[in-house]
Design a protein around this ligand. Structure first.
Ligand code: A2P
Length: 300
């Protein structure tokens, strides 16, 4: 079976999961099916990605018993006041009756509800944030939702230490996971340590730096890859996994999907160099810059 970490609920979570953000409908069912057939047992979805129906088809086509799979989905900002509605819609689309992990997506920031708009905007183009609702209130509803059994574990995403502290000060249930952008150009050392000290499993989205960008072409990454006879993606994924981070590489390409799940063992020296890569001039790039108009207080 796939390597797993343990959540604070006691449940195992496979270390590598298939990311499905920006996987087009029409491609994603095949990607999910091929991932499960290649040995993946963990699929990372979200209502917001707009492709859960196809993800569900892929899960069904792979024919693996439900209890062997670890499925995550997320409730979007416009569902923070009504997370059960978001989850129920996801479950219907996925063809499931529970998820293994439900996250508050994708920022700890509630959005106003205006018809079916996914990203309601203000007149000036900024996100229409629901100023009369807090993530602490969302979390209370998540805890209630957990009690229904439809979400075996609950967690958050894109929470800085400051946001986690806010949630923890009110929470009855400690979030099981915090899904954040993480790759060698954004190693998130402080946040990873903080999460781990609280029993929150950090999860990496865009672990390849997204879109096969500069991270996979970085000379240090390619040098370590050729030493191991591995792909640059395997180096980057294995680096995160060796730090105790769950890794969610997105691909719709069957050969890459298979390769991405093959972890290699990096030496202490390689880990150290990769840990310090973002300190080189020009490499501490945040590739996905949120435009929420609020300070998310990430530090690196
Ligand atoms: P594709 O889906 O066409 O295979 P991230 O998970 O960091 O957001 O990166 C996803 C991007 O990286 C996608 O464009 C994906 O392309 C590409 N990708 C996924 N796996 C690999 C790999 N092993 N080598 C190179 N690029 C990859």
């Amino acid at each position: 079976g796939q390597k797993t970490f343990k959540l604070n609920t006691g449940a195992p979570i496979p270390v590598v999961g298939l990311g499905t953000w920006q996987s087009a409908p029409g491609e994603v069912a095949k990607a999910v099916e091929s991932a499960i057939k290649a040995g993946y047992r963990h699929i990372d979805c979200a209502w917001m990605y707009g492709n859960e129906h196809e993800v569900g088809e892929g899960i069904k086509a792979a024919g693996v018993p439900r209890e062997e799979l670890f499925i995550t989905t997320k409730i979007w900002g416009t569902y923070h006041r009504r997370p059960e509605e978001g989850l129920d819609d996801s479950l219907k689309k996925l063809g499931l009756d529970y998820v293994d992990l439900l996250l508050v997506q994708h920022w700890p920031i509630p959005l106003i509800i205006r018809g079916d708009e996914k990203i309601p905007l203000n007149a000036d183009g900024s996100r229409a944030i629901d100023a009369e609702w807090t993530v602490e209130q969302t979390w209370e509803l998540m805890e209630k939702l957990h009690a229904t059994g439809k979400a075996k574990a609950i967690g958050v995403s894109n929470c800085s230490t400051a946001y986690l502290e806010r949630i923890l000060s009110k929470a009855k249930i400690v979030p099981a996971a915090n899904q954040i952008e993480l790759h060698p150009f954004l190693p998130q050392h402080k946040l990873v340590s903080y999460c781990q000290s609280k029993g929150i499993v950090p999860q990496a989205y865009s672990p390849l730096g997204s879109s096969g960008g500069p991270v996979l072409q970085d000379p240090l990454v390619t040098e370590i890859a050729s030493k191991h006879g591995a792909d640059p993606a395997q180096v980057v994924i294995s680096w995160a996994a060796q730090r105790g981070v769950v890794v969610l590489p997105k691909s719709v390409t069957p050969s890459r999907i298979a390769t991405n799940a093959k972890l290699i063992t990096l030496s202490d020296d390689e880990m150290l160099k990769l840990n310090e890569l973002s300190q080189q001039p020009g490499k501490a790039v945040r590739l996905i810059q949120p435009a929420w108009g609020v300070d998310l207080q990430f530090d690196n």
